[in-house]
Design a protein around this ligand. Structure first.
Ligand SMILES: [Zn+2]
Length: 145
């Protein structure tokens, strides 16, 4: 069983579960994959998803977004992005490794951000390590209008 983070052309994110990696391509080519939000058949696979791991100062960052319309969504995401850039250390693909080291006391608690696969996040969760998914910041502003 493989789990992929998928996205449609409009940026709706969802998980796809497949028996084997080839099934994604087969289903995509046969137009069997569609977005659960808008029904689009234009589906792409996202290899990784961005996540953050908060340390001791967890309460200092409010990652909730209040969304009223497209323009406030963009503004809220930019504010959150700036806040995360200033507060979190970017560990890139080492995210799950770093999160695990902190959890087991092998390195100091700090606030980190980086990328992890769905399966990495799942195994972290099984070990009791919280990681929070981030919205995709690479949204093309023009597509929101
Ligand atoms: Zn969609």
């Amino acid at each position: 069983m493989v789990i992929y983070d998928l996205s449609c052309a409009d940026g709706h994110k969802f998980e796809g579960w497949f028996k084997q990696p080839d099934d994604f391509t087969d289903q995509q080519e046969s137009s069997l994959l569609s977005c659960p939000v808008c029904g689009s058949l234009n589906i792409r696979k996202l290899p990784t998803a961005s996540h953050i791991k908060t340390g001791a100062a967890r309460e200092s960052v409010n990652t909730s977004l209040e969304i009223h319309n497209d323009s406030s969504l963009t503004e809220a995401m930019q504010r959150l992005r700036t806040q995360i850039d200033e507060t979190f250390v970017n560990v890139g693909a080492q995210f799950s490794e770093e999160a695990r080291k902190m959890h087991y006391g092998e390195s100091d608690e700090k606030q980190i951000r980086g990328t992890a696969t769905t399966e990495e996040i799942r195994s972290l969760a099984e070990e009791g390590i919280d990681a929070f998914p981030l919205p995709d910041f690479s949204v093309d502003k023009n597509k929101l209008n």
